[in-house]
Design a protein around this ligand. Structure first.
Ligand SMILES: Cc1cc2nc3c(=O)[nH]c(=O)nc-3n(C[C@H](O)[C@H](O)[C@H](O)COP(=O)(O)O)c2cc1C
Length: 204
């Protein structure tokens, strides 16, 4: 199962584009789940270190809906809106709260691939930094960060929403960056499963 996580508090561009990415993966035969922070109660990590001693988080909030999915997933698609030139606080909170998953099993995410999507209101509003922040999380956990490659998706999928869902849908360059990134992500998943089904990659 591929787990998509939307770090937007709204049912707008980020969640919609994540849904499209998961649909593309389903068309390639992967099972998916979408988890959104929208309307959820997820508090920041308190750094109480309870998880290090007890292998679970002391804060019993909606993060408990995500913990089993995090363990089960074979790959991750994290989608964030761009807030103040980087990822959203909501996305960062989810990332920080994975500390409990990793306290229980430090290898929980190891060798699993991850891709990222960033949606900004401005054309160059910090999408690439947001993607890098997500990739840093992947790297820290021994995961395989996947981008869409040069000529349009250098670090992953980047969208220009002009603050509306309609304009995000019209962003053709964004859609191309998403297709390229999903293609490479699917190729990596297939390679990890020991199949070469993803090898026929058209780079442009
Ligand atoms: C607190 C806040 C800060 C934002 N900062 C940026 C920014 O630095 N760069 C940018 O391109 N867009 C910024 N935006 C706009 C959002 O990234 C944009 O509207 C995006 O589409 C929101 O995602 P959503 O459609 O899923 O809600 C900001 C929005 C909010 C609420």
């Amino acid at each position: 199962m591929i787990l998509g996580i939307s770090g937007s508090p709204r049912k707008m561009a980020t969640e919609h584009i994540l849904g499209e990415a998961l649909k593309m993966l389903e068309e390639r035969g992967f099972q998916t789940r979408l988890f959104t922070v929208r309307a959820k109660n997820i508090s920041p990590c308190r750094h109480c270190d309870y998880c290090l001693k007890n292998a679970e988080c002391v804060v019993r909030d909606d993060m408990y809906q995500l913990y089993p999915l995090l363990r089960e997933a074979q790959g991750y698609v994290i989608a964030t809106p761009v807030y103040n030139g980087g990822l959203s606080a909501q996305t960062k909170i989810v990332i920080d709260r994975t500390r409990a998953t990793l306290a229980a099993d430090p290898k929980a995410l190891r060798r699993k691939p991850g891709m990222a999507i960033a949606v900004g209101g401005d054309r160059m509003g910090g999408q690439e930094l947001a993607l890098q922040q997500i990739h840093t999380f992947y790297i820290l956990n021994g995961m395989i960060p996947v981008s869409g490659g040069f000529f349009g998706a250098n670090l992953g999928a980047t969208f220009w929403s002009r603050d509306t869902l309609e304009d995000a849908k019209k962003d053709e360059e964004g859609r191309r960056s998403l297709r390229k990134t999903v293609r490479r992500f699917a190729e990596t998943l297939a390679w990890l499963e020991g199949s070469d089904a993803g090898d026929e990659i058209k780079e442009r």
